[in-house]
Design a protein around this ligand. Structure first.
Ligand code: ADP
Ligand code: TRP
Length: 329
């Protein structure tokens, strides 16, 4: 029996990196024996400017996507982070245990703030502490995330250990669960960096909502190399990344893919890949549309999840308030 927890930002676009790096591993870990938490981190999202109307839509879209991907509200507490105020309350307390230097070392913060100068918000700097609060509130054992979030989960572990040492055993020490294959889907137009929705070009990523024509355009433009063979080898970043995507959407193994395309060129491989991607995306998109249509049901699911999460989080907060000495009776 384990508590399994992960969260995603409601950023409008979800790409196949998010799907295979975060959503699918979570769905696979949903099991009757475990307690599962999945939430939409709207308070993480506002660390960068958001249009309120768009944000609202993005939250609903995120919820619809998780349900379409197989998240089962009977097995998983699906909710909005902002509906459980203990997250921000605990973040404040953990702020007072976290060192500036620890946050300055976070590579995601460094990446997100490069060349941004004075306009970087305190919220963006503090982002990993809110994430630590997200995790520690629920006695989380396992945090399924992509490779890029490992450092944040390790920080949550350090903060939890520090708290426990100073105030007594209060928090469970969480472990990151990084999916091995396909943990990092790389950008289509630059296979040296990870696929990301915040990239400058939309040729960088495959959105879960891309239509058939867009998929075709993006894959045809995707970077390969001059070798011309379909072989997964270190150094052949572009081709290996496309083969990884093939593997993920089709369920075939790398060896099967290499065998199927032996002696064949990029044109044929890409054509086949486009078909495989569309066969994967079409039914998923249909389920997302269906779920978004039933707006009321979607909100009811999120609200029921929030109620249950609040009860668990408040219990933990009572323990925390007592441990640090602010609880008087
Ligand atoms: P993005 O970089 O597109 O803004 P996020 O930082 O919102 O993505 O990440 C959301 C989740 O998806 C995280 O768990 C992250 O590890 C995972 N993820 C993001 N990009 C990738 C990728 N290219 N490959 C695998 N997993 C990814
Ligand atoms: N920072 C994570 C991301 O960008 C999202 C996140 C917030 C998260 N809180 C979390 C992930 C708690 C796992 C557990 O992907």
């Amino acid at each position: 029996m384990a508590n399994i927890l992960t969260a995603l930002q409601p950023s409008g676009v979800l790409h196949i990196g998010n799907y295979f790096g975060a959503i699918e591993p979570f769905v696979k870990l949903q099991d009757d024996g475990n307690t599962n938490f999945l939430f939409i981190v709207d308070y993480h999202a506002i660390t960068v400017p958001q249009d309120p109307k768009q944000l609202r839509q993005n939250i609903l879209f995120a919820a619809a996507t998780y349900l379409a991907a197989g998240v089962d509200p009977n097995k998983t507490l699906l909710f909005q982070q902002s509906r459980v105020s203990a997250h921000t309350e605990l973040a404040w307390i953990l702020n007072c245990l976290t060192h500036m230097g620890e946050l300055e070392r976070m590579t995601q913060f460094k990446d997100k703030t490069r060349n941004k100068g004075e306009s970087v918000t305190v919220g963006l700097f503090d982002y990993p502490v809110l994430m630590a609060a997200d995790i520690l509130l629920y006695d989380t054992n396992i945090v399924p995330v992509g490779e890029d979030q490992k450092q944040h989960v390790e920080l949550a572990r350090d903060i939890a250990e520090r708290f426990n040492n100073r105030f007594g055993e209060t928090f469970v020490i969480p472990k990151p669960h990084i999916r091995k294959e396909g943990a990092r889907v790389m950008a289509l137009d630059d296979p040296t960096s990870k696929m990301s929705k915040s990239a400058a070009s939309d040729k960088n990523f495959l959105s879960l909502m891309d239509d058939e024509k867009t998929v075709e355009k993006k894959i045809k433009a995707a970077m390969t190399d001059a070798e011309g063979t379909i072989v997964n080898r270190p150094g052949r970043l572009g081709v290996s990344n496309l083969m990884t995507i093939y593997e993920l959407v089709s369920g075939k193994t790398m060896a099967q893919i290499e065998a199927a395309f032996e002696g064949k060129g990029y044109a044929q491989f890409k054509q086949d890949l486009i078909e495989q991607i569309n066969q994967f995306l079409q039914p998923l998109q249909q389920r997302i549309h269906d779920s978004l249509k039933d707006h009321k049901n979607l909100i009811e699911i999120l609200e029921a999840g929030a109620q249950k999460a609040q009860a668990i989080a408040e219990k933990k907060m009572q323990q925390v308030r007592e441990a640090i000495g602010v609880k008087l009776s």
